[in-house]
Design a protein around this ligand. Structure first.
Ligand code: ADP
Ligand code: MG
Length: 247
């Protein structure tokens, strides 16, 4: 298997607090990877440091065989725009634009596809995420679950190799959360690597592999293997049992 991301001995200190402490692991191309752990254990910081949103103080991050930690800011943001997608707890869509304009903006900015291709691809994504009917609405007019699905469309408009999520279901009710996870599961099945921070065992049970952070170190890891609908309850049981044994 190809490693899409390789993390070697990264550390990060904020003022006097060591938030990431000599972390190493890799992520297989096409896999679904989850990061869990208590609040303040460094999950978001880890995600930001491996996705080039922030830089570790020491250590190395390699993405698609390119060492991100060596690149200048401009090259790094180009890679983030064209090869990575990001979703967060909130959608962070621009309030004065329609859903569609929010989604096509990064598509036009990256110049990966023509304006027409970007528009056509946005329509495909609206269909896949079930928000076709609200695509031309203002963002004030749609629900939280629809906003988060729009945020997924925005993250995917440049056809990234990897989708990063920092608690993307954290602000959703359980039914909207399930819808969003079904969409992310499909995105993974179509070949995009997923790396997601979550507190929710139901969400993490979709992952092939889960790591558990405590105080900025990997305390433990669990391999669940590829998600299959029939094995759903078994996976959740296995994960919950494992979580009980962590810190
Ligand atoms: P988690 O996502 O697991 O809740 P975070 O990665 O957000 O944890 O934060 C880990 C620790 O790092 C916390 O103690 C937090 O206060 C601290 N921290 C995070 N970002 C910053 C920052 N930009 N400046 C100072 N401290 C930070
Ligand atoms: Mg966090």
């Amino acid at each position: 298997m190809n490693k899409i991301i390789e993390i070697e001995n990264i550390s990060k200190t904020f003022e006097t607090t060591k938030v990431l402490n000599d972390i190493s692991f890799h992520i297989e191309q096409g896999s679904f990877f989850a990061i869990m752990g208590p609040s303040g254990s460094g999950k978001s910081t880890l995600l930001y440091n491996i996705s080039g949103m922030d830089r570790p103080d020491t250590g190395r991050v390699t993405f698609n065989r390119k060492e991100l930690t060596n690149l200048d800011d401009e090259k790094l943001s180009q890679i983030r725009l064209t090869q990575m997608g990001f979703i967060f707890q909130h959608s962070y869509l621009l309030k004065n634009l329609s859903i569609r304009d929010n989604i096509i903006l990064p598509g036009i900015k990256s110049r990966k596809q023509s304006r027409k291709q970007v528009n056509d691809y946005a329509d495909i994504l609206f269909g896949k995420t079930g928000i076709k009917s609200v695509a031309d609405h203002d963002i004030k007019e749609v629900s939280g679950g629809q906003l988060q699905r729009a945020a997924i469309c925005r993250a995917l408009i440049n056809k990234p190799d990897i989708l990063f999520g920092d608690e993307p279901t954290g602000a959703l009710n359980s039914s909207a959360s399930r819808d969003v996870m079904d969409i992310i599961g499909n995105v993974n099945r179509e070949g995009t690597t997923i790396i997601i921070v979550t507190h929710d065992a139901k969400v993490a049970a979709r992952a092939d592999k889960v790591i558990f952070l405590i105080d900025g170190s990997i305390h433990n890891e669990l391999t669940l293997g590829k998600y299959e609908e029939v094995m759903k309850s078994n996976r959740e049981k296995k994960l919950l049992g494992w979580l009980e044994k962590q810190g």
